[in-house]
Design a protein around this ligand. Structure first.
Ligand SMILES: CC(=O)[C@@H](O)[C@H](O)COP(=O)(O)O
Ligand SMILES: NCC(=O)COP(=O)(O)O
Length: 237
């Protein structure tokens, strides 16, 4: 089974545009779960342009599915993990001013730093996932530092899909097979949508989780949140 984790960053973006509490992110989290999502993802960026520190703690109190906190493992992030103890911590190499995530970790050159961080997070009883490009040596590096899972960075798949989906997915299938062989769980995310999700699932049926935010929230504007979540879940059947 591949779980759907709804990334609610964009709900916070919309709320923050006016400074009030509309939309109410806590209600959205509860509703996403009522509508069938199996996880909630947030990426609390240092400038708090969407998810704030308060959101992280408030969501952790109401989330009944798998809470996944993404981010660069600085002091603030590590405090979230230590205090909230989410189901999953996804380590992302973004610099503080990144507009959005645009690459995975270099697990070879950051081996020692990642090993220490992974060990610390595991000591809190939290599952760790490392955001990774679909490259065999990067996946091998991830296994070496002791992570539980990798999250395949799917933007290149998503942008290549319309032209040649077979070519776009090839490296992902190779990387996922390598991860599986090494005993790692496999997540995927970034720019997945209702067009490209089904094919990715067909090619890598053993994916554990996909986290989807931007496209899903955009779709919900037209289709409604309940209907949209049902449609994404259908792609993963
Ligand atoms: C880690 C990842 O893949 C990102 O997609 C991220 O969670 C999205 O962040 P933004 O919502 O800030 O673009
Ligand atoms: N880890 C990816 C994620 O949470 C959502 O990415 P996107 O769907 O907003 O591109």
């Amino acid at each position: 089974m591949t779980k759907l984790s709804v990334n609610v960053n964009k709900i916070a973006t919309l709320r923050n545009a006016r400074g009030g509490n509309n939309p109410d992110i806590i209600q959205v989290v509860k509703d996403c779960e009522k509508f069938g999502t199996q996880g909630i993802t947030v990426h609390p960026r240092p400038d708090e342009r969407h998810i704030t520190t308060e959101d992280v703690y408030n969501i952790s109190k109401v989330c009944t599915t798998e809470f996944n906190i993404e981010g660069y493992p600085d002091e603030r992030y590590m405090n979230f993990i230590k205090e909230v103890k989410p189901a999953q911590a996804t380590l992302v190499p973004d610099p503080p001013d990144a507009i959005t995530s645009n690459t995975g970790w270099d697990t070879i050159n950051h081996e020692s730093m990642l090993r220490d961080i992974v060990q610390e997070i595991k000591s809190y009883g939290v599952r760790v996932s490392i955001f990774a490009n679909p490259e065999v040596d990067i996946i091998e590096g991830a296994a070496k530092v002791g992570t539980d899972r990798i999250e395949l960075y799917t933007e290149p798949y998503a942008s290549g899909y319309p032209k040649d989906k077979k070519a776009a997915v090839a490296d992902y299938v190779t990387a996922a097979n390598k991860a599986k062989e090494l005993g790692l769980g496999i997540n995927a995310g970034h720019d997945l949508d209702l067009n490209n999700l089904k094919y990715l699932k067909e090619q890598i049926p053993f994916m554990d989780e996909v986290s989807i935010g931007h496209a899903l929230i955009c779709d919900a504007l037209y289709l409604g949140l309940e209907n949209t979540i049902q449609m994404y879940l259908k792609q993963l059947k």
